[in-house]
Write a protein that binds this ligand. Structure first.
Ligand SMILES: Nc1nc(=O)c2c([nH]1)NC[C@@H]1CN(c3ccc(C(=O)N[C@@H](CCC(=O)O)C(=O)O)cc3)CN21
Ligand SMILES: CC(C)C(=O)C(=O)O
Ligand SMILES: [Mg+2]
Length: 260
């Protein structure tokens, strides 16, 4: 049975952990879906892990849609959420509606995610949810602000922690159905998780969130640069290199394809 947004909120009330991972193409999405991952995020981190950009900033709305269409084709059960890329929603509410509408219409994913929790973003979330577009929030380390924040942990000072808590509350009040907490102290994430009626999904935010997400390339050992909070569950880089080297050797030694 397909995962619904309503279920995610019920799972929080029941204390069932939400499992989320990112995907950028049909193949990855298909196996994550079959593995029982609840939420598949077409993250703008695909700019880095699939397209080779140095940050998430260069990826375009058209490129995100291209990847989201492929991901959607691989998914039967998981809820699919697509990141709104940098400058596809910050300019105006009408730009956010246009971009989100394109994502929902052209890809078939069920929700969009955007970064930040200032008053303008909260107003955008309120407007999108009011017209039927489910929105996931994202606070703490927001990678689209890399040139201001770097990739350092956020919420270390009392003022910063208070601001992030306030942003999370405002996003929930604006109608967000879930919120990603990225690279913040575990006690701050615990406090936000206890305060909000909607599920929190942590990445580098400690064990007290309602769910966890990682960039799938990190889980698989495929990314150039691992964040300190990621865990490599299998080193596919090594597996792929070994397979390619074995193939190369067999071709060069005329052992593949076999002669009879
Ligand atoms: N492969 C991948 N995994 C991710 O989790 C991820 C991306 N890409 N791209 C977008 C953002 C960037 N993320 C990152 C990237 C690096 C650090 C990191 O290395 N942090 C260090 C030092 C940061 C610094 O001072 O520059 C830390 O100790 O916090 C953290 C989060 C998380 N997101
Ligand atoms: C790490 C998740 C939350 C994300 O925003 C992404 O992959 O782009
Ligand atoms: Mg993202």
């Amino acid at each position: 049975m397909a995962v619904t947004i309503q279920q995610l909120i019920e799972w929080k009330q029941q204390g069932r952990s939400l499992v989320a991972l990112t995907a950028w193409d049909y193949g990855i999405a298909r196996w994550l879906d079959e593995a029982g991952v609840d939420v598949i995020l077409v993250g703008d981190s695909l700019a880095m892990v699939a397209l080779g950009h140095p940050t998430t900033l260069p990826v375009t709305l058209d490129e995100m849609i291209h990847h989201a269409v492929a991901v959607r084709r691989g998914v039967k059960r998981s809820l699919v959420v697509c990141d709104l890329p940098f400058l596809s929603y910050q300019e105006s509410i009408s730009q956010a509606i246009h971009s989100s509408g394109r994502i929902l219409k052209e890809t078939g994913v069920q929700a969009v995610k955007l970064e930040g929790g200032n008053p303008a973003i909260a107003e955008t979330v309120a407007k999108l949810t009011a017209i039927g577009i489910p929105v996931m929030g994202h606070v703490g380390l927001t990678p689209q602000s890399v040139h201001q924040l770097g990739y350092k942990q956020q919420g270390k000072t009392e003022e910063d922690a208070a601001r992030i808590l306030r942003e999370a509350i405002v996003l929930a009040e604006a109608g967000a159905f879930a919120i990603v907490l990225e690279h913040i102290p575990a006690d701050l994430a615990a406090q936000i998780t206890a305060k909000l009626p909607i599920p929190t999904i942590g990445i580098g935010a400690g064990p007290h969130c309602d769910g966890q997400v990682l960039v799938t390339a990190d889980l698989l050992g495929l990314s150039d640069r691992q964040p300190p909070f990621a865990k490599v569950y299998v080193n596919l880089r090594q597996v792929i290199m070994q397979a390619a080297q074995e193939f190369a050797q067999e071709v060069r030694e005329h052992r593949f394809p076999p002669s009879s």
